[in-house]
Design a protein around this ligand. Structure first.
Ligand code: HEC
Length: 135
């Protein structure tokens, strides 16, 4: 009887270990996925972060996603520029340094406290608004 209990315990251990092992495997495939899926997930993530940053900043006092306020609607900005790394850098610079003369005489205020990294996320969000994907 004692032996039976020992056997039972051992079997239980094996079952627990085996199920732990298979869970780990599942998590690993979920983390990496197929290359295509994960790069799209990362791109979507950056755009979502950019959206949060824009919403948390003062952009909305002058910009609306689809309507012109003091500044152009961010969708109009997206339509004007191709969604490329060069334009992400260009618009990130404009977000940080401000500027005037592209859309009219009203200047865009500078945002020296926004990091280059965050400004590029914001630019990616803005450039995504016309449905274009980065290329
Ligand atoms: C004080 C008002 C104001 C605020 C605040 C503001 N903008 Fe602007 N923004 C403008 C104006 C005005 C323009 C058009 C400037 C021009 O004609 O060159 C503009 C232009 C832009 C452009 C297009 C630049 C170009 O060269 O075509 C982007 C992108 C942009 N803003 C993003 C943002 C983001 C992101 C924020 C928040 C961090 C923000 N803006 C905050 C007024 C503002």
């Amino acid at each position: 009887m004692k032996k039976f209990a020992q056997m039972f315990l051992m079997l239980a251990c094996i079952v627990v270990l085996a199920s732990c092992g298979s869970k780990k495997e599942e998590a690993a495939t979920e983390d990496y996925g197929t290359p295509d899926e994960s790069s799209e997930a990362i791109a979507g993530d950056v755009i979502a972060q950019g959206e949060l940053l824009v919403k948390a900043s003062d952009c909305k006092t002058c910009h609306h996603a689809t309507n012109k306020l003091i500044g152009p609607s961010h969708t109009d900005v997206a339509k004007k520029y191709d969604f490329t790394q060069a334009n992400v850098t260009l618009l990130a610079g404009k977000i940080i340094s401000g500027g005037t003369g592209v859309w009219g005489e009203i200047p865009m205020s500078p945002h020296p406290d926004i990091s280059q990294d965050d400004a590029e996320k914001m630019a990616r969000y803005v450039l995504s608004l016309d449905g274009e994907k980065e290329h």
